[in-house]
Design a protein around this ligand. Structure first.
Ligand SMILES: [Mn+2]
Length: 334
């Protein structure tokens, strides 16, 4: 088909992220990249360096309960085909504001948790233009957040004191070790805090709920000054606590990590450590939108387990959560 018969999207609008012409290649056709964004190697010079590189980490050796999140990146990419580009609440066209690309999947080492994280972090650290391109990782179990947080921290110039972190989860993920393993999905943030990559005093964990193994499970986070908003708190003091926290971090670069198990299994059944009584999809999207104004410097969406995802809702929600994180970045760059 010639150019004049099928004008490209580039001619039709001022997109910074080129999308397939949906009259020629509908959303149900073609190879799945995240939200149909171009592969990083296919981005045209005028749209480089990209503002965000989205990549998968097909890894789940860090799990303590049900395995299967290694298939999360493929499921989320597939579900993301139907995530459109214009945000109604933010009144912005994401693809007009940001140049976005799918960087494929990180290399992984399924039998070696610590080595895996090092491999992923080193690979991610070189993606796009390290001084400009931000990183959004699609999991995989929550252990992989450590790798993307570390890569992001390095690309931000290894700030002393560490990055601010906004953490959505049922669990604190600050357990020292499980079965002797220190790099599993219960431990990414204790490791990041120990290494000075995350500042616990500028870390907030939202959606925490039990039951826990013991009361001492909360001790590390409390003793290090992490702000905790439990699921119960969210119904009373939570929103005000979040607002006050956002004031304290102001314009500091902040990383968003989203464990899909913060969402109630009624909405997101496809996850490895399901926890009853979580947020609804609507609450999750509203919470993310309430972060508007935040200087997002990186993010991840993790713990989608497609084999338990009966209707694909979990992967679809994860794709939308990733979209909302990108929209937050667009809000402060438009
Ligand atoms: Mn988690």
């Amino acid at each position: 088909m010639t150019e004049d018969r099928a004008p490209t999207m580039h001619h039709m609008s001022k997109l910074r992220t080129e999308l397939p012409d949906s009259r020629r290649s509908p959303r149900f056709a073609g190879v799945s990249t995240f939200c149909r964004y171009p592969r990083l190697e296919d981005v045209k010079p005028e749209f480089a360096p990209v503002d965000w590189a989205i990549y998968g980490v097909p890894y789940d050796t860090g799990v303590t309960y049900r395995p299967g999140a290694r298939f999360g990146p493929r499921a989320i990419r597939d579900a993301s085909q139907y995530v459109k580009r214009y945000s109604v609440p933010h009144e912005l066209d994401l693809c007009e504001v940001l140049s976005l690309a799918d960087a494929g999947d990180a290399p992984v080492q399924p039998y070696h948790p610590a080595e895996n994280l090092e491999t992923v972090a080193n690979w991610a650290a070189d993606l796009g233009d390290p001084s400009h391109t931000k990183l959004l990782a699609i999991g995989g179990d929550h252990s992989i957040a450590y790798a993307n947080v570390e890569a992001t921290w390095r690309r931000q110039g290894s700030p002393k004191g560490g990055l601010a972190l906004i953490h959505f989860d049922s669990h604190l993920d600050t357990v020292d070790a499980v079965w002797g393993e220190r790099w599993g999905h219960a431990s990414p943030f204790i490791r990041a805090i120990e290494r000075g990559i995350i500042d616990p005093k500028r870390m907030i964990s939202i959606g925490i709920k039990g039951p826990l193994n013991t009361a001492t499970d909360l001790d590390f986070a409390k003793e290090h000054g992490v702000t905790i908003i439990t699921r119960e708190d969210w119904l009373s003091t939570g929103p005000a606590t979040l607002k006050a926290f956002l004031k304290t971090i102001a314009d500091d670069p902040a990383y968003i990590t989203f464990d899909i198990d913060a969402i109630d299994p009624a909405f997101a059944p496809g996850t490895g450590t399901p926890s009853i009584g979580g947020f609804s999809s609507t609450e999750a999207l509203a919470m993310l939108r309430s972060l508007s104004g935040l200087q997002v410097c990186g993010g991840d969406v993790v713990e989608v387990l497609p084999d338990r995802d009966v209707a694909g809702n979990t992967a679809l929600l994860a794709a939308h959560i990733a979209f909302e994180i990108l929209c937050l970045s667009a809000v402060v760059s438009r």
